[in-house]
Ligand binder design. Structure first.
Ligand SMILES: C[S@@+](CC[C@H](N)C(=O)[O-])C[C@H]1O[C@@H](n2cnc3c(N)ncnc32)[C@H](O)[C@@H]1O
Length: 273
């Protein structure tokens, strides 16, 4: 039944008032519903987390403490069996010039335990470090430990980061652990948030990492149905970023599980080039 049918006959002025209050009520109801739905769908309140797939915060911190190691060394040396791997990647990034310019803002997707984050902060002391992370306990831990900004994480976008605002945007061991579609969404966002002259660093399990021997090692690991490890043709990444005003600066093969991953570094064309 419409609102009019419930009302006694009214003057034109009263009608206007009624329509206004009906509209006001509708707006209140609509806003309340929008807020409710946003809350329901918001990554943090909905619990869009995949920490079940990622390592446990408590176990890792306790293991590192017991071993007398930093979390980074504990993950590299003990959990992954690849001593010094994180440090080597960061040293290589420094060698090819990633940290030559001062960094005001760094954005990292999926920092997890923060092993690359800690070394990046040590290498360039950025004024602001934003993270997009779905594993809630680790994200909170990184906020407390390093004072980083945990941005609302929907799993595909960097929506809280303005265009052309980051000097470095990076993701380590993320794009070989998530599916194709979110990887591509993140690529487009990385390009968007990077400022001219900024660096983009990430790794993919590219063709170079797919030798018959390595494929057999993955078979033997018996991982079966999850999104990890996800492969990506090297040319897809290189073509995508070079078609968007970035140049490939260097690449490095690094250990990943029983196989390898290829770290790629791109640079957005500087404004004065
Ligand atoms: C394999 S771990 C790598 C962690 C860390 N970068 C490292 O190398 O130690 C993948 C990380 O990405 C996070 N992650 C998974 N899917 C994500 C998504 N769609 N958006 C942001 N982070 C994600 C996981 O919670 C985890 O921290």
């Amino acid at each position: 039944m419409s609102l009019e049918k419930l009302q006694p006959p009214t003057t034109h002025k009263q009608n206007y008032k009624l329509t206004r209050s009906a509209t006001w009520l509708e707006n209140v109801a609509r806003n309340a519903f929008t807020l409710f739905r946003a809350k329901l769908l918001a990554p943090r309140s909905q619990g869009f987390v995949d920490q079940e797939k990622y390592i446990s915060l408590e176990d890792t911190l306790a293991g590192a403490k017991q071993a007398g190691m930093t979390v980074e060394d504990y993950i590299d040396n003990v959990m992954s069996g690849t001593p010094g791997a994180t440090r080597r990647t960061l040293q290589w990034m420094a060698q090819i010039g990633v940290f030559d310019d001062p960094k005001s803002t760094v954005v990292e997707i999926g920092p997890g335990s923060g092993r690359y984050l800690a070394q990046t902060i040590a290498a360039c002391s950025p004024q602001r470090y934003e993270i997009y992370e779905t594993a809630v306990p680790w994200a909170k831990h990184l906020v407390t430990t390093y004072g980083v900004v945990w941005q609302p994480t929907d799993g595909v976008s960097l929506s809280a980061t303005p265009d052309a605002s980051a000097d470095l945007v990076q993701a380590h061991k993320v794009f070989n652990s998530i599916n194709f579609a979110p990887t591509c969404r993140y690529w487009s966002e990385m390009v968007r948030v990077l400022r001219p002259g900024g660096y983009c660093v990430f790794d993919i399990m590219s063709d170079a990492c797919l030798t018959p021997k390595i494929i057999q090692s993955w078979n033997d690991a018996n991982l079966n149905f999850g999104s990890y490890p996800a492969a990506m043709p090297r040319s897809a990444a290189v073509d995508y970023f070079t078609s968007r005003d970035l140049s490939l600066i260097g690449s490095l093969l690094a250990p990943l599980g029983p196989g390898m991953t290829e770290v790629l570094v791109f640079r957005k064309t500087p404004a004065d080039a």
